[in-house]
Design a binder for this molecule. Structure first.
Ligand code: MV4
Length: 449
């Protein structure tokens, strides 16, 4: 096992990785920018290295400085967290070229899943259902038009280099088609330097369901069930839950088994998430994420597994040591993302935290680097904490969520706590009857009053 791991991230996820390392007897190295000297992830780590100025491009994304930090401290492995360099295949290669271990999938798998056209082809061949659409990218606009007419409108034009909602255009009718393709391709070229686009049948009101998987380097693969992440605003998840209120036992068994078998077939290693759209009893692949995800704690709550510990064990070459039959699912878990944002306008609200009280009690977990007196810097993502509650049933978990949100005190800045409290009063949320567009429609209705 590793003796020392460098954590190439900040905020709550750097802390999360640190905690797993501590429990495994592994020393930690924090990296930080000049703006993060007083951050909790730096305070808790065994050692820390300043890797550059505040902008992430010069610090948390500064590959030479991060490699140098490994060499100076003698760290043997790098955990990238999420965001930043976590899905950068080149970074994973450079880490390995320096005789270090990248705690994540192979660079080839990261690259494959980063190309949405290649990823779709690969998972389809491995037996995962995909959204009906073009076979690969569009080469010829007239041929593509024929495909679109066959699929039937509305048709969605997606960028191969996109993902997370960037580079998509809907063609509502045949008349819109050419313009949608041209706009999507032009925007993709400008944003990613790759104008390749592909077509899919547009699904109107699906749910976003994702399956967590773990694969070791000895051919063992398990799935850890689903998460429902349908509550999103501008492609940012707001709240996630596990299991999904929308799946029955039959579909749950099928989506888990199909995902597990496919991931085993393409020889993946590490933690990963396969994302689906689910509509009218059918699920369709959209993307695979080759990193630990923000919402991984809801899976931890219902399975009792420490996903970061599992990532580290896999990277060290250990076997999972359990099979699918050993995984059991226990109760219900919900995560609320707490952002330093205005709960109505979503404008960022960085600044000094004057008061802080963490909620507690049975089934309550708060992952956050906040403390009273901490100044949230304006340079990074506005996620400042995650409240995860676990209960026996969804009803119990919702009551626990309300109780713990009310208990949580974050003074001096605006946060999305009140958004979550308002959401808890909504019938659609309480009954679990929502889809990927529901939150934005609800927010638009609220804004009008
Ligand atoms: C779709 C879709 C409807 N039909 N694909 C958005 C991000 C990217 N991961 C895929 N996305 C979508 N793909 C088809 N064929 C609707 C979305 C989508 C979405 C998906 C998941 C969660 C929230 C979303 C919000 C808007 C659009």
């Amino acid at each position: 096992m590793f003796e020392k791991i460098l954590i190439a991230n900040r905020g709550e996820i750097a802390l999360r990785v640190h905690r797993a390392c501590r429990e495994m007897g592994i020393k930690t190295v924090a990296i930080h920018s000049e703006a993060d000297s007083e951050a909790m992830h730096v305070r808790l780590a065994d050692e820390s290295v300043c890797v550059g100025p505040a902008p992430a491009s010069q610090s948390y994304l500064n590959i030479p400085q991060i490699i140098a930090a490994c060499e100076i401290t003698g760290a043997q492995a790098v955990h990238p967290g999420y965001g930043f360099l976590s899905e950068n295949a080149r970074f994973a290669e450079i880490v390995e070229a320096h005789g270090l271990v990248f705690i994540g999938p192979t660079p080839d798998h990261i690259r494959l899943m980063g190309d949405k056209i290649a990823a779709k082809q690969a998972v389809k061949e491995a037996g995962i259902p995909v959204v009906p659409g073009s076979e690969g990218g569009i080469k010829d606009i007239d041929e593509a038009k024929k495909v679109a007419d066959e699929i039937g409108y509305p048709v969605l034009v997606k960028a191969a280099a996109g993902g997370g909602g960037r580079g998509m255009k809907v063609a509502q009718t045949a008349q819109d088609f050419r313009e949608a393709v041209e706009t999507a391709s032009r925007e993709a070229e400008a944003a990613f330097g790759d104008g390749a686009v592909y077509l899919e049948k547009y699904l109107g009101q699906p749910r976003h369901i994702e399956i967590q998987i773990l694969a070791d380097t000895h051919g063992n693969v398990v799935h850890l069930g689903e998460r429902d992440c349908s509550l999103q605003r501008r492609h940012q998840k707001v709240l996630e839950e596990a299991p999904s209120p929308a799946l029955n036992a039959e579909i749950r068994e099928r989506i888990g088994r199909v995902t597990r078998d496919a991931v085993a077939a393409f020889g993946y290693r590490g933690a990963g998430t396969v994302e689906y759209l689910y509509e009218n009893g059918e699920f369709y692949f959209i993307e695979m994420n080759t990193r630990l995800q923000v919402e991984h704690p809801v899976t931890e709550a219902i399975t009792g597994l420490d996903l970061v510990r599992e990532q580290i064990r896999i990277a060290a070459g250990e076997t999972l040591g359990y099979t699918q039959e050993d995984i059991s699912f226990n109760g219900w878990a919900i995560e609320c993302r707490i952002n330093a944002e205005d709960p109505e306008t979503f404008a960022p609200s960085p600044g000094k935290v004057t008061e802080f009280h963490a909620p507690g009690g049975l089934g309550v977990r708060l992952d956050s680097g906040l403390y009273a007196g901490y100044a949230i810097p304006p340079y990074y993502d506005s996620l400042i904490g995650k409240l995860i509650v676990h209960g026996k049933t969804r009803e119990e978990t919702l009551l626990r969520l309300k109780r713990s949100l009310e208990e949580m005190v974050i003074g001096g800045i605006k946060t999305t706590k009140d958004l979550h409290l308002a959401l808890l009063e909504e019938e659609a949320f309480k009954s679990g009857d929502y889809h990927i567009r529901w939150l934005e429609i609800w927010l638009a209705g609220r804004a009008k009053g």
